[in-house]
Design a protein around this ligand. Structure first.
Ligand code: AP5
Length: 209
């Protein structure tokens, strides 16, 4: 099954995609993670997008679509995929339509106050990328990843100014995709404000998995 996880920053797309990927055996493809890996590895792409990510702006469509096109051509994507954070503009959605068919678009609905709470409390492992929250999903030892012992850090775009920019980019450029996919009959909106387990149960019900 080819799926898109849509929703505002901090809605829990990545958390749910990791759970769904594990249980369904399909790759979790996060454009944010791909850009962060490029930045970490100091590739040409990483140098181009480093400041854009830190400020919370959207990477231009041409760079983003090329990255996704390449990722979807890899062998593991032949069994299906979960795209997390892509598409984020109508232009990206049109480009994806020409690359592959999408079976289900899951829109995670979460109120603004929860989004801010989730983003400001997020911690990410520098080594393996595992995501925690200081209140809702804390690591066993503060600042240390349970999975690999790596150091936990605050993403540069989880600071207040960048969060504001990300939320306005979402409202202006990404939220219109809800109607765009709604008109194509592939959209299901779920309440993303519960616990990860509760959100997963709702996802599993609508996805039939
Ligand atoms: P990206 O990494 O995609 O960021 P985002 O969309 O802002 O999403 P987040 O990763 O912030 O949130 P999430 O919904 O995955 O939430 P998470 O599960 O981590 O993109 C980063 C940047 O890359 C963009 O700003 C842009 O610059 C660039 N970019 C990426 N894709 C692009 C594209 N297509 N076009 C152009 N530019 C692009 O959860 C958040 C926190 O809440 C965590 O701490 C988690 O532990 C906690 N949490 C999650 N679920 C729950 C729950 N149910 N209950 C309690 N806590 C929860």
């Amino acid at each position: 099954m080819n799926m898109i996880f849509l929703g505002p920053p901090g809605a829990g797309k990545g958390t749910l995609a990791a759970m769904a990927s594990k249980s369904m055996g399909v790759p979790h493809i996060s454009t944010g993670d791909l850009f962060r890996a490029a930045i970490k590895n100091e590739t040409e792409l990483g140098k181009k997008v480093k400041d854009i990510l830190a400020e919370g702006r959207l990477v231009p469509d041409d760079l983003t679509v090329a990255l996704v096109r390449e990722r979807l051509s890899l062998a593991d994507a032949a069994v299906g995929w979960i795209l997390d954070g892509f598409p984020r503009t109508i232009g990206q959605a049109e480009a994806l339509e020409a690359i592959a068919a999408v079976n289900l678009v899951v829109n995670f609905d979460v109120p603004d106050e929860k989004i801010l709470f989730r983003l400001t409390g997020r911690r990410v492992c520098k080594a393996c990328g595992k995501v925690y929250h200081v209140v809702t999903m804390p690591s066993k030892a503060e600042g240390v990843c349970d999975a690999c012992g790596g150091e936990l850090y605050v993403r540069p775009d989880d600071r207040e100014e960048a969060i504001k920019t990300r939320l306005s980019a979402y409202r202006e450029q990404t939220a219109p995709l809800i109607d765009w996919y709604g008109g194509r009959g592939s959209l299901a909106t779920i309440d993303g404000s519960g616990t990860p387990e509760a959100v997963y149960r709702e996802f599993a019900r609508i996805a039939g998995v």
